[in-house]
Each structure stands twice: as structure tokens, then as C-alpha cells.
Design a protein around this ligand. Sequence first.
Ligand code: N2P
Length: 343
Amino acid sequence: MKKWFSLVLCLALLCPALALAQETINVYNWGDYIDVEVLDQFEQETGIKVIYETFETNEDMYAKIAMGGSSYDVIFPSDYMIERMIQEDLVQKINWENIPNVANIDPRFLHEDYDPEAAYSVPYTWGTMGILYNKEMVEEAPNSWDTLMDETYTMDMLMLNSPRDTLAIALVMAGHDLNSVDPADLEDAKNLLIEQKPMVLAYVVDEVKDKMIGGEAAVALVWSGDATFCMSETDELDYVVPQEGSNIFYDSICIPANAKNVSGAEKFIDFMCRADIAAKNYEYVGYAIPNTAAIELLGAEEYNASPVNNPPQEVLDKCEVFRYLGEDTKLYDQIWTEIISEF
Ligand code: N2P
């Protein structure tokens, strides 16, 4: 009896200790931005457990990291946010020797303005912003951002609940540069969004997909990858990058400065760059990928045939990357709060 008791006691003490001994990594990514099967496969192959959390916008992710209370090993910021996090020492340099699968990444994606020495970020996806529209609910295929100011679509229009993205498009609509920090330009953008607000059915992020697939709205401001996903679900939808130009974004993988498991983070990043994994993940997520080897696996011809994920040069020429705007970011935040709280 005594023996049994000691055995049970030992096991009870040992189990939590064993559980604690399992290696873990904390991953912080956008909502709907990874195939969970890929996470499972990583755990099975490496024995490293992934503790996975999501955010909706760069601004939400930044606030959490900058506050300092949390510790993640892997994060997925976009271009302008990487630029900011480098400046603020919130991310650390990547040891490329530990990411051999970087060989699969098209080198064109490794020297972007936000990380010119390609020291801090591993390219994950990229895309444009545009209008996703329901062909049966619009009279003519839209080609201008003015569509998003058209009263015909009152309560049939979805906008992104993302300050930088939505303000950028309003700046373009007003004929200004999408990186403008001129208070007069931003005032124009704000006024347009306030005028538009009564026509907007909802400000959404990931919910845009279900709503557009379900035919709940005629037009929506979206990221191209979400358009690809929706268009694979129904033939009723199409996507356009309006003629006035738009934003092109590059989302990457970074290791925060205060990461606790850097070697686990490196293994995860390298895994995500593996051709078979990047290809599988693409099939679920839908966003364009910079991984040449994965594109070959998917079938380059079919992949490149999509004008959504492989836009023609004349479209790309009209797209601009967001820059980190320093102190002026506060002006954006202030305006966004005003827009959202108006009425
Ligand atoms: C996916 C989020 C995409 C991020 N839900 C666009 N930068």
C-alpha cells in the first residue's frame, strides 16, 4: 500500500515537471494567417510545442510588444511596422546560418526599404489592397476608389477596421500620397471617411471573408490574399486594384528582442520557409508568397496566372509601400479615434 502511495506521489510530482520540460515557442500572428495543420506538423516533427496567439492589426501587435509585459519568440509584422520595431530595438537580428531554407526565398524580397540589410525579417507573404466586389451586386466592375464613396452601396459596403490601411486609402481617394503626414491631407482623408461612415455596413478584418462569401455586401476594402481566398470559394466575387493606385505590403517573420527561445524560433522560421510547408500554407491562407521553391511545387504557371496574387507590372507601378511615419503616427491614431467615435 505504502509502495503504491509513493509511486502515485512520484508520478504526480513528476508529470508537471515533465510537462514543464517540454520545449515551447510563443508565436504571435495575424488572425487566419496560418494553416493549423502546419503548426501540428511542426510540433510533431520537432517536439516543440507552439503556443499560438493572434492579433488583428499591426497596431494591436505593436502595442502589446512595446508594452513589454509579454514575451513572444516569433511575430509577423508588416513592412512599416518592422521599420519601427528595428528603430525601437524591439526585434533582433536573424542568424541566417540557422535559416538555411532562406535559399527558397526570392532575393528580390530580401532587400526592401524597411529592412535594407535584410538583417531582421524573413519574408512571409505580400499583397496589395483593393476592392473585392460581388459581380452580381454591382452594375459595372469598379475601377476607382470612388466606388467606396458611392451611395448606391449604402449599407452594402465593408471597410477595414485597421487605421493605417483605411486612412491610406482615404488619402489616395483625396488625391494625396498614402504616406502623407501633412495635417491638411489627413484632414481631407478624415472628412472623406466621416462622409462615408453612414454608408458602411461594418468595419471588419477577418470577418470580411465570411460576409463577402455569404453575399452580405457588394463591395469591400480588402487585402489581396483575402480576395484570393474568397474567390476560391465562390465565382461571384472579383478583385480590382483601383486605377488611382494602392498599397503594396510585405509581411515578414521576426524574432522580438526579448524572445526567450531564439533557437526554437529559428527552427520554426526555417520550417515555414521549407518549400512543401510554404506551399501547403499558401493553399490555406491564400496570400502571395515570396518562396520560389514553393511556387514551383504549386505549379508556377497556375500560380502566376492569378492577377490577384501576381498583378501585372502596371498595377505594381502604382502601388506604394507604407513607411514608418515616426511621431506623426500619433496624428493617424488621433484621427482614427475621431472617425470611429463620430456619431
Ligand atoms: C490576414 C491578415 C493579413 C495581413 N488575416 C495583411 N497585411
